[in-house]
Write a protein that binds this ligand. Structure first.
Ligand code: NAD
Ligand code: DAU
Length: 353
């Protein structure tokens, strides 16, 4: 069994669904179910004994110890985090708590459990920490992409807390020998993303006839990766990565935000034409995000060279799939927008899904 934290969130849920499509090995899914956790996403796993769900806060050391002792996982894949930069600007406390204190509590519980294992199991154990390219800060237009040796320079409370967690993970390898792996990935997009993030927000607003709020001049650059490509990279690193190492994950898809929004509008113009005009007419340039990093770009060549990973989707195929998915899953989006998904969790939640 593997223990996945944050498996009811966007990337974690995609990871769990992908994992259970391709493997018989069970998943213990540990998630507090914050606003970003949505068990509706995992509804297809109800009754599947390979998926065990535990509503637990990663800051709760006693609950973590009990989970490790009962389920005896061979690995941890740690997704749980507060993940949205804008929220971190308005309320950084939850970010410090979950991303730093929570990762610390999880590392401590993993270390206690790992120390209790027999030698062979101890050597095979892995703690994979899922992190972000935002820890490297902001690039200028002609700077080389972030590599694994780029110095850390986080600029938002979110990225600062992720950087703190990365450093703790590093320290647990060097100090205690815990077999850790860290991945730093670029911007993900695809099914089941909470509609506070750029791509699902723009699709939802476009379809609702609302403004498409582009921060600043729309020229900030992000490097986009389709979510299942992130999941396949994590599986590779978990299987064959070298403990103590970090791996950058990215799609070689640098795009200015305005290009991304134009692409979405153009896809929607074809798939769901308006009576007149284009979805582009809804674009509104708004006040910039404070401390807005100008450019992120990932050099993923270490992962490709050492582990043979390659993304399956291009930006064009991934965006087309994404738009199609949101059009076909309006019920999922509407439940999130209305808050109905929270009620579903309360009435349908069982310890074992
Ligand atoms: P998300 O916000 O969609 O999901 C986070 C999940 O963690 C939710 O299910 C939430 O309930 C859970 N969670 C939050 N606090 C918790 C706590 N204290 N205890 C237990 N569970 C808790 O996030 P995401 O976009 O899926 O990101 C997952 C991970 O990947 C994060 O660590 C993030 O930093 C990292 N990451 C995200 C991206 C991206 O583009 N979204 C890119 C690179 C790295
Ligand atoms: O780079 C990886 C990171 O990508 C992850 O670590 C974070 O968890 C994830 O949220 C994401 O962070 P960003 O801040 O890049 O994502 P977001 O979707 O919030 O914004 C993407 C870009 O679009 C960014 O430059 C800000 C801009 N933006 C965002 C929103 C929500 C807008 O212009 N308008 C908006 O309404």
């Amino acid at each position: 069994m593997i223990l996945v934290t944050g498996g009811a969130g966007f990337i974690g849920a995609n990871f769990v669904l992908d994992w259970l499509r391709g493997a018989q090995e069970a998943v213990l899914n540990v998630d507090k179910l914050t606003y970003a956790g949505n068990l509706r996403t995992l509804e297809s796993l109800q009754g599947d004994s390979r998926h065990v769900f535990a509503r637990v806060d990663i800051c709760d050391a006693a609950a973590l110890d009990a989970l490790f002792a009962t389920h005896r996982p061979r690995a941890v894949v740690h997704f749980a985090a507060e993940s949205h930069v804008d929220r971190s600007i308005h309320g950084p406390a939850d970010f410090v708590q979950t991303n730093v204190v929570g990762t610390f509590a999880l590392l401590e519980a993993a270390r206690r459990y790992w120390a209790s294992l027999e030698r062979g199991e101890r050597e095979a154990f892995r703690f994979l920490h899922v992190s972000t390219d935002e820890v490297f800060g902001s690039l200028g237009p002609t700077d080389p992409q972030f590599s694994e040796t780029t110095p850390y320079a986080p600029n938002s409370p979110y990225s600062a807390t992720k950087a703190g967690s990365d450093h703790l993970v590093r320290a647990y390898f060097h100090t205690y020998g815990l077999p850790t792996l860290t991945t730093n990935c670029s911007n993900n997009y695809g099914p089941y993303q909470f509609p506070e993030k750029l791509i699902p927000l723009m699709i939802a607003n476009a379809l609702a006839g609302k403004a498409l709020p582009v921060y600043g001049d729309g020229r900030n650059v992000r490097d986009w990766l389709y979510v299942t490509d992130h999941c396949s990279a994590i599986r590779e690193v978990l299987a064959r990565g070298e403990p103590g190492q970090t791996y950058n994950i990215g799609g070689w898809n640098e795009k200015a935000n305005i290009e991304v929004v134009h692409t979405l509008c153009d896809l929607l113009d074809v798939a769901r034409p308006l009576a007149q005009g284009s979805y582009r007419d809804q674009i509104a340039f708004v006040k910039d995000r404070p401390g807005h990093d100008r450019r992120y770009a990932i050099d993923a060549s270490k992962l490709e060279r050492e582990l043979g990973w390659k993304p399956a989707e291009t930006f064009e195929t991934g965006m087309a799939k994404t738009v199609r998915w949101y059009l076909e899953h309006q019920a999922w989006v509407n439940e999130v927008a209305s808050g109905e998904y929270r009620k579903w969790v309360e009435t349908n939640y069982t310890k074992r899904m």
